[in-house]
Design a protein around this ligand. Sequence first.
Ligand code: HEM
Length: 447
Amino acid sequence: MRLTYLEASVILIRHRGWIPWFGAAFEFGKAPLDFIARARAKHGPIFTVFAAGKRLTFVTLHEDFRTFFMSKDVDFEQAVQEPVHNTASISKESFYRFHPACNSLIKGRLTPGNISLLSNHLCEEFNHHLELLGSKGSDGLSDLVRSVMYPAVMSNLLGKCNSPGCPATVQEFKEKFRIYDEGFEYGSQLPDIFLGEWAKSKQWLLSLLDNMVINAEGNTSTEAGTKTLLQHLVTTITDKFLPNYGLLMLWASLANAIPITFWALAFILSDPSAYRTAMEQITAVFKNQGTERTAVTTAELQQLSYVKWCILEAIRLRAPGAITRRVVRPLRLQNYIIPPGDLLMVSPYWAHRNPKYFPDPEEFKPERWEKADLVKNVFLEGFVAFGGGRNQCPGRWYALMEMNMFVSLILYKYEFTLLDPLPNPSSLHLVGTQQPEGPCRVQYKHR
Ligand code: HEM
């Protein structure tokens, strides 16, 4: 087989002549997810996009994903260092020094065994914040999910004293975090001076984290029965960027799971058969309990398998737009050699639309997860929403537990009517799970 440098055989994107990289950046920036699909259809399974001065080489064949995740010729830290600097103001030196320990810490604290230590406390928090919704009301479903999950998850992972307490502080946090999260992708590419409102929200969140760190340092008690992730972080990161790592951890723990919780609920509520099946299971599992202070044990979570399939199906359909590695030595893929320096990209969103692994890929079909050995924590082949290899998402078991618990509890306690049709996903972002493009309002009533 003749090997060429990708440079030599790279697909240049044609549009009335050769477009400069700025043109590609513009097209790419407008709707990057659609751009990837068009580029793949036109140029084949491996292609390079020149955008904002960077070479992004997309890998779209399932058989190449193993190399992407496992090869020693690619590196996670070198791919994300600059975005980490831009989004959380962590210096390069600090990042290379502390990232490995930070990653091991989160991985170790959130193993399937350890998350059962967190689930009782999380359940109490969900019950408390769900009751605050009152006996009935109407709201955007995304907002509703945020107003319960933000404070409950923050209390669980960062400590109760670090969770926004009253509705006004929840609202303020929601607003700042929304701006930070929405602008995260642009913020990862550009210096703060180009991003006024976003940079202000980042500073606001960093001050908040400063205070949270002080609380965590001063508070050695274990109110949830175990030390919080933040209390562990305080003993791991010993430089001045500790609050900045806290901000990244907070973002990672909320930014993907909350949109997926929204989608899981929206898919269930807009599909009568899925709704009926989910409710049959939920009512059978909680049959001896009232709708206030409903306890959810690990055993009950295991029985809520259909709800878990719905969540995995929502993750499959609304998976992150892209994950990335830096090529550090010439990397052979198909009949190309990808040069060092390229950012290698895999799109879980498009990978999950491969009919070979997911027949009828656009359909919400929770039953397809019956084939996965979830008891042994094995997903379906072709599912890459949590990435892979050494840097696979360390929060995946926590994410599945919290979403399974939340979706089951909210559906058990409240009856919903959808006021809008199911929105499409927005095609604006590559980073993280997908946001809805339009509104999705609901009416709700306590059962
Ligand atoms: C549906 C929910 C979630 C999805 C789809 C998701 C997905 C991902 C993906 C794709 C990555 C990058 C993996 C790679 O490049 O191979 C990642 C990294 C990460 N995730 Fe998640 N995640 C979710 C929830 C969570 C939660 C709840 C937490 C924390 C409690 C968390 C913590 C992290 C952290 C800390 C990293 C960075 C790991 C590192 O620096 O090596 N994630 N996640």
